[in-house]
Design a protein around this ligand. Sequence first.
Ligand code: B12
Length: 208
Amino acid sequence: MSDALATMLAELKEDETLAEVRRALDDSTDPLQLVEGLREGMSIVGKRFEDKDYFLSELIMSAEIFKGAIALIEPHLAAGAGPVKGSVVIGTVKGDIHDIGKNIVATLLRCEGFDVHDLGVDTPPAAFVDKLKETGAPVLALSGLLTLAFDSMKETVESVTEAGLRDKVKVIIGGGPVNDKVVEYSGADAFGADVAQAIRLVEEYQGT
Ligand code: B12
């Protein structure tokens, strides 16, 4: 089913994609499974863009369809009830404006009961540092999909260190191409490949 969803999105079939999401939600399909199916579709779009079968307009179109599908899924995600579990500062790093994955992570963390401070996209290191100081959050979550984002992640970690916060703040990173090598390069503590891993890391680093 999620393969079919991925294909519909990759083919930029907006009506079919949204209808399939509605149908799956009516069938009580796990919303996270749908998110992963959609993400797979975006990977196919990315591959086609790389192969020059798709151009920027298709990239933009896929993002619009994705956002429409997420708007349908969001009300089905369990809302966080009860006490706040902890806090996290999140944002897409300097030079990068990709925010679809970051927004999903932020939404799901809120649903899990975390106080999420989202700084948006193209976020300079100083803004992350200021927000960490203001909130005292023990976790900094950095998102980035461009190769150049790796340097911004590194710069951000350096700024956190220079501000004297590094021993109080765990830095987690994520976004399409991020892996262990980027963790090592940037000086972060860990990376998460999907929403579930992002939540697990934030929980672990809050001491919950
Ligand atoms: C949609 C898209 C766009 C949209 C973005 C819309 C938006 N509001 O975000 C638009 C059209 C604006 C765009 C623009 C560009 N894009 Co673009 N884009 C994509 C595409 C197709 C999908 C990205 C996406 O949303 N995926 C779906 C989400 C759900 O997945 P995700 O982000 O990986 O997030 C998941 C996990 O990674 C994780 N996660 C995410 N963040 C975090 C953070 C933490 C802390 C943790 C733990 C986990 C985590 O959880 C999420 C949910 O599972 C990718 C292809 C790809 N394979 O990724 C290219 C891609 C990233 N783009 C690319 C490029 C080149 C560009 C442009 C430079 C194009 C141009 N010529 O202008 C510009 C960049 C502008 C800039 N300065 O940032 C390249 C990057 C190549 C590179 N090596 O640098 C890619 C890889 C396409 C390609 N194959 O060439 N893009």
